[in-house]
Design a protein around this ligand. Structure first.
Ligand code: PAF
Length: 280
């Protein structure tokens, strides 16, 4: 496995044999089994797999969140080496954002709601860094977790709008045995918060079960999720949503397909999760 820092090194390795297909798994490190699932799928579908590890400062709207973001780089590299990854790019901040940097990618409507409404500027940061990663790596396919459903929707929109020449693959959310979605932020939960955090998936599952039993009213599904979260004293709702899976606009009345999603604070840690209903 090659571990490199510069754009020039990535390009040289990527184009060493232009006939090979490359899968890219963009990450901010602090890898867990969820990332490894993306890596394994990428390894099955491509000749070579590259992983980027870069804690992207411009997608954080809270300084403490950026500062507290875990950075266990040696452990990450061991995991990727064991998994069989070919190339890891760990750029320094100056490689991604030199002092002269002044170009940003802003995707419009789909970024204005949900995470975008709660975290101003977040998706501008994501779209900008992902564009740069795509331009540098020029992967055949890029892999993202469905846990960040809005991120997937934003990146798909950007790829369509700007005609990036690659395929976006969204992989299902990986969960702990008690249902908690795997996330690099979970390590920041204290034991009581960790136990309480299972309420997100319980709330989503309660609404999904109701929909499967015939309940179609968006308001009712939202209320089910809200009540389930409010029953957990350690949880504080940021939002609960029943939205169109592509436009992410909030739905009213009867729904045949939807993205059920939420953001919930457990103490200082903000967790997100989602499930899709009605889409095969
Ligand atoms: O999902 C993430 O880890 C990040 O948002 C990404 C896609 C690596 C961009 O920094």
């Amino acid at each position: 496995m090659r571990v490199v820092k510069t754009i020039a090194e990535v390009r040289q390795i990527r184009w060493d044999d232009p006939a090979l297909t490359w899968g890219l798994v963009p990450t901010m490190g602090a890898l867990h089994e969820g990332h490894l699932t993306l890596v394994r799928q990428a390894l099955m579908e491509n000749d070579r797999v590259g992983v980027s590890i870069f804690v992207n400062p411009i997608q954080f709207n809270r300084r403490d969140d950026l500062e507290k973001y875990p950075r266990p780089i040696e452990r990450d590299l061991d995991m990727l080496r064991t998994a069989g990854v070919h190339l890891v790019w760990t750029p320094d901040e100056t490689e991604m954002y030199p002092a002269s940097f002044q170009t940003y990618v802003a995707v419009e409507n789909v970024t204005q709601v949900l995470e975008g409404a709660s975290r101003p500027g977040h998706f501008k940061g994501v779209a900008t860094v992902v564009s740069k990663l795509f331009n540098v790596f020029q992967p055949t396919r890029a892999y993202f977790g469905q846990k960040d459903a809005q991120q997937v929707a934003v990146i798909r929109q950007m790829v369509r709008d700007l005609a990036f020449n690659l395929e976006i693959i969204a992989c299902p959310t990986l969960r702990e045995s008690d249902g908690l979605a795997m996330s690099s932020r979970n390590v920041r939960l204290n034991p009581a918060e960790r136990t309480a955090a299972t309420v997100l998936y319980r709330a989503l599952t309660a609404a999904k079960n109701e929909w499967e039993a015939g309940q179609r009213e968006a308001d009712h599904l939202r209320a089910t999720m809200q009540q389930a979260i409010e029953a957990e004293p350690l949880a504080k709702i940021d939002y609960v949503s029943v939205a169109d899976p592509i436009s992410l606009q909030e739905l009213n009345g009867p729904v045949e397909k939807a993205l059920l999603s939420m953001a919930v604070f457990m103490g200082e840690v903000r967790l997100i999760d989602n499930v899709i209903i009605g889409v095969a």
